[in-house]
Design a protein around this ligand. Structure first.
Ligand SMILES: [Zn+2]
Length: 295
């Protein structure tokens, strides 16, 4: 065999799908490289973590989790849910791909009409501003929970200084473009906000409806597949309020399993679309087959 052959095509960063009649895509910002799960899931025994990782054929050691950013066409306008790490390499060198992924999907940054922010952690809103102080999405109205913005604007905890600085850089300059949604509000056609506090005070998940179909945008209810699903009651160091985070996670997963609602999970394996199945107090993320849509 010749020894010069190479597979040189670039893998694209988007996956097209539909929510009822709405066109949608998942666009990646690239994976985050994080500490081992045992440093985050503080109430689990090391053996529980080791066994779950082993059963899922995952390595122990540092976690590598996705950033599955949802793009949906709502009545002709393009809505983006969260926007990744921007230029920051706080969680490794593989992030910051969002604009490239949008370009792969045939979408320019100035075509984004609305930015929906689930919360203000780095991997969800640090793509809002460019380093030159201009907005990445110049025509986007920003939607988020007022509780979330207020929390970070008044936070004085030194341990949170990175996030406070991030909010000052990415959200403060765009305050006049921010619209607040409230719990239960349908703030864009077919798009409803559901307060899901604990991870952060204003953390919000969403449902998108089209005809009979509905998709839940799960945001950071679960950061790890399988651990967050298998042990919803485990306390997570990533949650601002660990008790409330565990309660919200348990309640939300129970609801999704009961209603059999389709969902997209921000940090689940690419592209993160699927369902949640229940067995006793534990849950399982069941990924949906990736069907290619060419039109
Ligand atoms: Zn996150």
């Amino acid at each position: 065999m010749p020894d010069r052959r190479r597979i040189t095509g670039r893998e694209t960063g988007f996956h097209r799908f539909r929510i009822g009649e709405r066109e949608a895509a998942v666009v990646t910002d690239g994976p985050l490289l994080l500490t081992p799960p045992g440093e985050v899931l503080l109430t689990l025994a090391p053996e529980q973590i080791a066994d779950a990782l082993h059963a899922a054929f995952l390595p122990s050691g540092p976690m590598r989790i996705e950033q599955n950013i949802l793009l949906v066409n709502i009545d002709g306008g393009l809505v983006l849910f969260d926007n990744g790490m921007g230029s920051s390499q706080l969680f490794g060198p593989l992030t910051g791909r969002l604009l490239e992924s949008l370009a792969d999907a045939g979408v320019a940054a100035d075509e984004i009409d609305a930015l929906v922010l689930s919360h203000a952690h780095p991997d969800h809103c640090w793509g809002t501003m460019r380093d030159d102080g201009t907005p990445t999405f110049p025509n986007a109205t920003i939607y988020m929970a007022e509780t979330e913005l207020r929390f970070w604007e008044t936070c004085t905890d030194p341990a949170m200084s990175d996030m406070v600085k991030g909010v000052a850089k990415h959200l403060a300059p765009l305050r006049d473009r921010i619209r607040f949604f409230t719990d239960g509000q349908e703030f864009l056609p077919g798009l409803r906000a559901i307060a899901a506090p604990g991870h952060t005070p204003g953390h919000t998940i969403f449902t998108i409806a089209s005809g009979e179909e509905q998709l839940c945008v799960l945001c950071d209810i679960a950061f790890h597949d399988p651990l967050s699903f298998a042990y919803p009651a485990a306390h997570s160091a990533y949650d601002q309020d660990q008790v409330q985070g565990a309660e919200t996670r348990s309640r939300t997963l129970a609801w999704l399993a009961e209603t059999r609602m389709r969902l997209i999970s921000y940090h689940a394996p690419w592209p993160g679309i699927g369902h949640v199945a229940r067995s006793g107090a534990a849950y399982r993320f069941v990924p949906e087959p990736m069907i290619r849509i060419e039109d």
